[in-house]
Ligand binder design. Structure first.
Ligand code: FFO
Ligand code: ATP
Length: 212
């Protein structure tokens, strides 16, 4: 059971951190997007990734646009996907392939997402890396999202231990949180359903965590 206190502090922190990222200027946002692209270009766990899930910028998040566009140009073998609110399994996400030709529609939160089409679904278990937008993070790798629980529910399967040696499956998608530097907090209240991240990338830093 998660205490009322923890839920309340998550809500208050979320509000504060969302306001802070929305208050960044256009120039700060551009610099952040460039910084993230540079950090991601150097991230070893993306080197051999073929299927990468990202997101389209919303609510002051770091824009992955420059990184995705540069990868489309330089490395066409990498395929990108975007989260789509699951039409049947409420509270879950689907990932749909994303190219410069993808038709986008707005979801109920007014975030652009690929128009639903079964043939364009990338099964979550086949994502090599998922770049997750963070509202907040701490240095231990704990994260705070938008509060819908979408990523936590969709990725809950990555927490199950499939091997007898008490190791998480090596085939699970690597989870990489993306955030502005100002979204770091000293310590984040943890919820039992939180999925552990493999890395957190900001425009100036990359933190790697050992989750095996
Ligand atoms: N860019 C991006 N895409 C994403 C996410 C994200 O965090 N960022 N998601 C990550 O999960 C999913 C959408 N989750 C969301 C959860 C809550 C709100 C939100 O704005 N909630 C409002 C209340 C809106 C309402 O209910 O009408 C709020 O809290 O003020 C938005 C998106 C899928 N796509
Ligand atoms: N694996 C799960 N199964 C069922 N409900 C869940 C699960 N994970 C999270 N939830 C529900 O989702 C709600 C929101 O969770 P939380 O506050 O951790 O969101 P978040 O991590 O900020 O959002 P997100 O995962 O979308 O980035 C919680 O109240 C919780 O009840």
């Amino acid at each position: 059971m998660v205490s009322e206190q923890i839920l309340k502090s998550r809500t208050a922190l979320r509000k504060e951190l969302r306001e802070a990222r929305r208050a960044l200027s256009a120039v700060q946002q551009e610099e952040a997007a460039c910084g993230i692209a540079e950090q991601l270009h150097q991230l070893p766990l993306l080197n051999h990734a073929r299927n990468i899930a990202g997101y389209l910028v919303n609510d002051g998040e770091v824009d992955l646009g420059p990184y995705i566009a540069s990868q489309w140009q330089s490395t066409p073998s990498k395929q990108f996907a975007l989260p789509v609110l699951h039409p049947v399994c409420k509270g879950h996400l689907l990932f749909l392939f994303y190219s410069s030709h993808t038709a986008l529609v707005k979801n109920k939160y007014k975030i652009n997402e690929p128009a639903l089409s079964c043939q364009n679904v990338l099964p979550t278990s086949q994502c090599d890396v998922i770049l997750m937008p963070l509202v907040g993070f701490d240095i231990k790798g704990n994260r705070l999202g938008m509060g819908g629980g979408y990523y936590d529910r969709t990725l809950a399967f990555t927490r199950t231990k499939r091997h007898s040696h008490d190791q998480l499956s090596p085939n699970n998608p690597k989870l990489v949180g993306i955030a502005h530097d100002i979204q770091e907090v000293k310590s984040l209240p943890i919820a039992p359903w939180d999925v552990p991240l493999d890395a957190i990338v900001t425009p100036t830093r990359t933190l790697i965590f050992n989750n095996t």
